[in-house]
Design a protein around this ligand. Structure first.
Ligand code: MN
Length: 235
């Protein structure tokens, strides 16, 4: 018998696969990577001090194990005193690919969700200033709350609809999907030129204006019209 006949054993138990529930199915969507697009609404680009003209989209990643489910808790993170909410529509891919043409991009979408790109703004600003990567500002524990996924087979591919975040019942962020600088097909096509996309990838599509700080006890309630809702408490 060769050594291959023995099943390889892990040296420790591997972490579970991160998942999100799929609405109405009792089934789970296994998450592969989380991509986020930056500055995809003109008014948010302006509030962050950038030119809103149509420059190529840019991306960063969060780790799939930073997801927080709807109804979950967001523990106020360490090493920061300025944590911001960024409410975003999330695109969930059911099919991967490379160099996906725009006119085929929507065939790769399994569904949509409502997400929060939580950001340690003070650390992100420091990294921007130093020209360093954004991970410490963006990819920390619990930084990616996300709702259940709603299949495109039920809701289609929304291109307009209000994107709104309330904190403790007060409206903080408001925009419309029709204000996205880079549309969903455009961002999938562009991203697939840089990375090999996989089934299970999520794309956080950018946040409208109104990003602001949260504090412990706040209830964040996000809604993307035609997609769904997300409720997360800061603890
Ligand atoms: Mn964002």
């Amino acid at each position: 018998m060769t050594i291959m006949s023995r099943a390889a054993e892990y040296v420790f138990q591997p972490a579970p696969i991160p998942t999100l529930p799929v609405r109405g199915s009792g089934r789970l969507f296994p998450v592969h990577r989380i991509y986020c697009v930056g500055r995809n609404y003109a008014e948010h680009a302006i509030e962050m001090g950038h030119d809103p003209n149509r420059e190529p989209p840019f991306f960063f990643q969060k780790n799939p194990d930073t997801l927080v489910p709807d109804g979950g808790e967001f523990p106020y993170p360490d090493r920061t005193s300025d944590v911001h909410h960024e409410l975003e529509m999330v695109v969930a891919l059911g099919k991967g690919g490379k160099d996906i043409p725009e006119d085929r991009a929507l065939d790769h979408v399994f569904g949509y969700a409502v997400g929060l790109d939580m950001t340690r703004r003070d650390l992100q600003a420091e990294m921007k200033k130093l020209g360093r990567p954004w991970e410490i500002g963006k990819a920390f524990e619990h930084s990616a709350p996300c709702s259940e996924i709603v299949p495109a087979s039920e809701i289609g591919h929304p291109t307009s609809g209000e994107v709104r975040l309330e904190v403790n019942g007060e409206v903080r962020q408001k925009g419309d999907l029709n204000q996205l600088i880079w549309t969903v097909p455009e961002m999938i096509s562009y991203l697939s030129g840089l990375f090999t996309l996989q089934p299970g990838d999520l794309i956080f599509s950018g946040t409208p204006a109104g990003v602001a700080a949260v504090k412990r006890g706040d209830l964040m309630h996000g809604r993307v019209e035609g997609v769904g809702e997300l409720r997360v408490r800061v603890v």
